[in-house]
Design a protein around this ligand. Structure first.
Ligand SMILES: Cc1cc2nc3c(=O)[nH]c(=O)nc-3n(C[C@H](O)[C@H](O)[C@H](O)COP(=O)(O)O)c2cc1C
Length: 333
């Protein structure tokens, strides 16, 4: 919405919690900020070149404690030491406290080339690029670019899908809007700078696309097959039995290698990942709607069974799911 109003927007979870709580007069320990949205008029490049900072110098133990085994174990509880550090707080509060940024700005974590990492990871099979299906920038075939306001005002989460096929070009445009918004003339969008978020897509019913589970390499919108075939029942089951999962045409899994993310950003990584997943989910929602399709976020899913049922690599933890499909009643059956 901000770009449509001629404003620049910077969305971040990298702020000193204590100072912000002081400014906002929040009762530390009872209330806290999750994200900051800085609005500014267009002009000088005032966007900071850092957008994610580590909450604590990542230690070897922090990394191994947060490794994939621990992440996959939903029964895992913080160690006694961690409990001592945060008091005997409920898990969510403990996480919020453990991931605070200190008053002095921490040193930027070594970045590595994250963009390159997203392209190269899971590159064991050649992929199908959807770039060819995406119209050139400024094309009249970009429904969302025409009137983003209208899409924002009309947007609702789809409550029920009907089964049917989505076109491959629609899927391509929806993904391009989320992963390369500037390419479709959506003006400047909040960035996912230094994001560790990865994307797997369960294709259930997309014309011209074999059903299967794919890794999405975002730069070239390249879909790399991870596992051929995908049963709607399996996806529905993973979504706690919600029909939105089984009736969708494609289901986007926003995932992260938590050990990698914690190595870079300490426990603060959990906040950045969720913020980025929310941003991507919102763009997917808006793009789906402007294509005449529907979308719904799914936060209720069985974390532990994603690998066995879909073949998503074990080190990847699911952060959020976006279902895409045909809204009930939108197509003659
Ligand atoms: C983080 C998140 C998780 C959600 N999880 C589910 C879910 O598991 N099942 C579901 O039916 N809807 C889910 N939704 C959709 C919400 O129910 C929906 O956004 C909410 O009812 C508000 O409606 P609106 O999006 O049309 O404004 C989720 C939405 C968000 C943002």
């Amino acid at each position: 919405m901000a770009p449509a109003l001629g404003l620049r927007v910077h969305l971040t979870a990298a702020f000193c919690d204590e100072r912000l709580e002081d400014v906002l007069r929040l009762e530390s320990g009872e209330e806290g900020a999750l994200a900051v949205l800085a609005l500014n008029t267009r002009g000088k490049p005032e966007r900071p070149h850092w957008s994610a900072l580590p909450s604590a110098p990542p230690s070897a133990e922090a990394v191994s404690d947060s490794g994939s085994d621990a992440a996959a174990d939903t029964d895992a509880h913080p160690s006694d030491d961690a409990d001592d550090a945060v008091g005997r707080a409920p898990m969510l509060l403990a996480l919020h406290r453990a991931s605070r940024l200190p008053p002095e700005r921490p040193r930027l974590a070594a970045a590595g080339d994250l963009a390159e990492g997203l392209e190269a990871r899971y590159g064991w099979t050649g992929g199908v690029s959807l770039i060819e299906d995406v119209p050139a920038r400024g094309s009249s075939r970009w429904p969302l670019a025409h009137d983003p306001f209208e899409a924002i005002l009309r947007r609702r989460s789809t409550r029920r899908f009907q089964r049917g096929q989505m076109r491959r070009a629609q899927l391509a445009r929806i993904l391009a809007a989320a992963y390369a918004p500037e390419n479709i003339g959506l003006s400047e969008q909040p960035s996912l700078d230094r994001s560790h978020l990865m994307t797997f897509i369960a294709v259930l019913s997309v014309e011209g696309f074999e059903p299967g589970v794919y890794y999405l390499a975002p730069h070239g919108l390249e879909m790399r097959l991870v596992r051929p075939g995908c049963a709607p029942e399996a996806v529905q089951y993973l979504c706690l039995g919600q029909e939105l999962g089984g009736d969708a045409t494609a289901v986007v899994f926003h995932t992260a290698d938590l050990a990698d993310a914690v190595r870079a950003f300490g426990d603060r990584a959990y906040r950045y990942l969720h913020l980025d997943a929310g941003l991507l989910g919102e763009r997917l929602d808006l793009a789906a709607l402007s294509e005449g399709c529907g979308a719904s976020g799914i936060g209720g899913f069985f974390d532990d069974q994603v690998t066995d049922l879909l073949g998503i690599p074990r080190e990847q933890a699911v952060v959020y799911i976006t279902t895409l499909g045909l809204p009930a009643g939108s197509v003659e059956e």
